[in-house]
Ligand binder design. Structure first.
Ligand code: G3I
Length: 380
């Protein structure tokens, strides 16, 4: 493992040195932060090193297809994370090219990478209403949905049994605007199987992989806005129902796609996390980033605002002992979904929402996150 890690590091440094300036420009750093050189952030000064020293899991969503084609990418993901999650490689659309065929190529590559680098791996996800393959609509129906769902979970969670830190078993099942009293989102799974599809998914996942922490993952539950508060309440009711019925659930994933210009997280989420602790549940920050699409100001001003949101949010969450992992939704601004067509900044500048910029230089987010990690009390 160490040899491979060393090799990657050398490849990464060589490739990076060829195209990138060694030291980031001072304009990229928030007030008070010192721009360190690349060596400092990739070894003892990495997010990974700081988190590992505190028995905390820090990581990011990863794109396995980049590992062999872009050494700086592989190097960054290896250096900065002690836990990874597939941004897309474990979704139905990636794994199911045809109703009767699975393609585990990218998912297996990701698992191999984590094993080679001593990292944990989260599974995302087993049941979602998005990222389902084109054949799904004409193939899955009321009569066979149960079979499709259970077979998928048995096959996928079964294949990786014992090797996954946690599975997002069901993703985004709550929609307070659905008009249903139970707050469940109207999805194909709900339409075909009714609300019991949730219990079915969790029981099947537990059987297929008894050691993975089974997680419910959702967004829009972070801030103190009325909408987020209502959704938190609905998610809590869902989880209470799981507990009451003996449905296996170990953790809640708070996605944490925050907005630099929207309402911010606060007491509501903190109380929610504490309530989950009383229910003996862990909490993972699963997809953290800060959307600065509508944020006005110079790059330096925007960077400082985004970094401050990271620092406040991560510090608040890491102060709670049942928050045991924090993952950003990507490691480099080069590949963030926030630079996609619908979410790009209105002024045409790229979004700078992740620890490393598009050229793998640390952004103020990096130092904000590292400072927040340093506030974590070591678990006893
Ligand atoms: O891989 C194909 C490629 O072959 C094709 O040429 C290209 C053309 O559009 O599409 C590629 O697939 C895209 C995929 O990302 C990989 O880039 C899909 O169209 C696109 O829909 C997909 O978007 C992902 C989205 O989830 C839907 O699955 C984003 O990358 C990913 O960041 C996003 O992640 C979600 C989490 O899973 C759940 N929480 C919200 C979060 C952000 O939306």
């Amino acid at each position: 493992m160490e040899n491979r890690r060393e090799f990657l590091k050398i490849a990464c440094v060589a490739a990076t040195a060829a195209v990138l300036p060694k030291v980031a420009s001072a304009s990229h750093f928030a007030q008070g932060s010192v721009p360190p050189d690349q060596d400092d952030i990739s070894t003892g000064g990495s997010l990974r090193a700081h988190a590992t020293a505190r028995n905390f899991l820090v990581g990011c969503a990863a794109i396995p297809q980049k590992f062999s084609t872009e050494p700086p990418y592989a190097g960054a993901v290896a250096d900065q994370a002690n836990i990874l999650v597939a941004e897309n490689a474990m979704k139905w659309a990636a794994l199911r090219p045809a109703p009767d065929r699975f393609d585990f190529h990218a998912a297996d590559e990701l698992l191999a990478f984590t094993q080679a680098h001593g990292q944990k791996l989260r599974g995302h996800n087993l049941c979602w209403h998005e990222s389902i393959p084109a054949w799904f609509a004409g193939t899955v129906n009321k009569d066979n949905a149960r079979q499709f769902l259970t077979q998928h979970i048995q096959t996928v969670a079964g294949r990786y049994a014992g090797k996954i830190h946690s599975w997002d078993v069901v993703n985004e099942a709550v929609d307070t605007k659905s008009g249903r009293p139970d707050g469940l989102r109207k999805t194909p799974w709900l339409e075909f199987l009714g609300p019991s599809y949730l219990d079915l998914a969790y029981h099947t996942a537990r059987q297929a992989d008894p050691t993975a922490l089974l997680t419910y993952n959702d967004y829009g539950i972070e801030t103190d806005s009325a909408d987020d508060a209502a959704k938190r309440e609905q998610v809590l009711r869902l989880i209470q129902g799981f507990k009451k019925r003996g449905v296996p659930i170990d953790a809640i994933g708070v996605q944490s796609h925050l907005s630099a210009t929207g309402p911010l997280p606060g007491r509501g989420l903190r109380d929610f996390v504490r309530e989950l602790r009383r229910m003996n549940l862990q909490v993972f920050v699963t997809e953290l980033d800060v959307n600065e699409q509508k944020l006005e100001g110079s790059e330096q001003e925007c960077d400082a605002i985004v970094a401050k949101i990271y620092k406040n949010y991560a510090s608040m969450m890491l102060a709670e002992p049942n928050v045991t992992a924090l993952l950003t939704w990507g490691i480099t601004d080069r590949y963030t979904w926030l630079n996609g067509p619908k979410l790009a900044r209105l002024d045409g500048r790229p979004q700078r929402c992740l620890p490393l910029d598009a050229n793998y230089r640390p952004t103020p987010v990096f130092f904000a996150l590292r400072d927040a990690i340093d506030t974590r009390r070591k678990a006893t």
